[in-house]
Design a protein around this ligand. Sequence first.
Ligand code: ADP
Ligand code: ZN
Length: 753
Amino acid sequence: MLAATEPRTPTQLDAARRVLKQYYGYDQFRPMQQDIIQSILAGQDTVVLMPTGGGKSVCFQVPAMVQDGVCVVVSPLIALMKDQVEALKANGISAACINSSIGQAEQSSIARACHAGLLKLLYVSPEKLLSQGFLSFLQRLQVSMFAIDEAHCISSWGHDFRPEYTQLRVLREQFPQVPIIALTATADRLTQRDIQQQLRLTEPKVFLSSFDRPNLSLSVRPGQDRVNAVVNFLKTHENEAGIVYCLSRKQCETLAGKLKEKGIRAGFYHAGMTDKARSDVQEQFLRDDLQVICATVAFGMGIDKSNVRWVVHYNLPKNIEGYYQEIGRAGRDGAPAEAVLFYSYADVAQLRDMITKDADPRLAQLNTTKLERMQQFAEAASCRRRILLAYFGEVLDKDCGNCDICRNPPVTFDGTELAQKALSAVARTREAAPLTLICDVLLGRRNQAVISRGYDQIKTFGAGANLSFLDWQSYLHQLLNDGLLYIAYEQGYALKLTDLGWQVLKGERKQNLKQFQVPQKAEKAPKGRAAKAATGTGQRLVSVTDDLFDRLRQLRKKIADEQGVPPYVVFSDTTLQEMAIERPRTRTAMLAVSGVGMKKFETYGERFIELINQHAGAPSPDDVPDLPGEDDTPAAAPKKRAAPGSTYVDSWKLHRQGLSVEQIAEQRGLSPSTVKSHLETLYEKGYQLRTEEFLSQDDFARIRDAAHELGPDFRLRDLFDHLRERYDYFQLRVALTYDKRLRGELPNQPPAE
Ligand code: ADP
Ligand code: ZN
């Protein structure tokens, strides 16, 4: 049996690669994709377990293109179907969907297209698939395979159980020859077994990929002053779409209101709104018209938006499953994305109250345990990603380098004395005070709660006034985690000493503590090694504050609006980033960018090239005036090309006066990367730079050698990698331009006019 399929596979795999390049614009399959596609092309039943953003769709879409007939995709959510079909069409692949929202006339025309063999992919809802006559309609077609998306819906154990899914077993009965591909982002064993059994899969090949999402940076911040914390966070994420998950409906609305007051395009979403209001908000978010959604966990299911750049948890989630699913909505395109969790003890108390109210004591117990795991994650002093993955049964063999703990490892010190102060405060309040009140006592705060209980009279009152509230909170959490204290939930969350705690208090044991370095400023995207660790998909990171990137993004939005599709359907953020690095100015160069397939190139490639040309200063009177003036006091701009474009030259003048890039940025209120883009652009046009500020002679030589080794047509990204990220893109461009000027390929004088 194998013999018949074996010789066929290599050529089909080649064909699959060509499809990937031509339609999707990608150079290669991700490691597991290739194996999966081979399995599918060999006619095997296949189960794919891969995290969100892992690239499941390509796994069945590409084989569908290579094989004769139509691939029938079963998908549970109408919105998702619509998105996928739109994305396929944008890539030039013929696809359609049939569900309850599609009118009769359109259904007939889709059916005709199917019969004529014009459709490669047909998306259907399970209800439609199982409805009267539909299966016999399919019988009359050549079906290449069935792809069951979100296959975990079949399992009654899972969180998205859909009874219709259990009837999908009829597919095997009625189409015994057609292979079935089941795909899901849920990995647990029970679900996996259910999928295989219920779909009656015959010896399926199972592909279980790592559930790590290395491009997601993780951090936890203290839950004080959250509104301002969010506002500050957004200052470093201008124009980047994201979701703030809140605990209550009220909170969603309030927070969205406050953000709007600050001029941020924010909306809210929760189950208490009308369907219409909800779908409007969702649509605005998809189209990048809203930057921020403040939502309850009701938001996110069935959202395919690939350029969500961050997720903030305004409150502690109830469990790690939910948390992981919610942060998973960020960075689906593989570009760097951030997950920030605000943690406060008050949230734990509130959640615990909610959970323990459950009538079923077993459920209450289970959920309490889950909450405790969540809390441990939030209070962790070691790599957060390891903790997360361990929760899902996956072992990471080293720290991730892309979480707050890895970036700012806490310092361990002998904390016996501090611990004794805290433990003594607990003892002297007769083990009746909750955590925040103990902090107040240690800090010597004379507030209502303290005075009314007479705590201002005890010996430890104010004993820790030299530290901050956050410090004490953190130390008390550590004492709880290390088992020196426990919480009597039934007694108003009072802190109590354990035996171990008494021992430390009496000086019989030592206690280490960890000092966390809470970053005051928003953390920057990881650089260098951490970034490398963060890009499991092999994609390179660039600073998304680049001027060109912003302009590419604006163009994308404009085109998306013209075509009535969400911006990420036009190009993903990763594709725009690569354009910003490589600056393709020819058809060939543009088609070499990952994510630019033939169809997309034909539809809007030229417009992006035009923009990049403009940016490079070619035909752009608006941005780059052709100024004469090579000396230190350049001549004034020619009158016919006055003010608006002088911004490049203004940066350059300051540079010539000896200011550093940072100083220029500061003085002009621009980002350093914008200043750099001004300088490198003018350098290409013949203006003189003080290159020694950026590169030594050795650097020039090293870059020249590396470029030589790469041969003629290398990408800037390859050079960047080849030099092991030693130089940034600006330095590389300057060095390359320097050589081109030497060779006479670029001017050595600014254009005279
Ligand atoms: P999933 O369905 O598993 O959540 P998607 O199929 O939506 O993931 O893929 C996630 C992102 O990765 C998409 O932007 C997709 O275009 C991109 N992608 C998929 N395969 C590749 C590949 N081989 N090379 C580059 N990008 C890819
Ligand atoms: Zn880590």
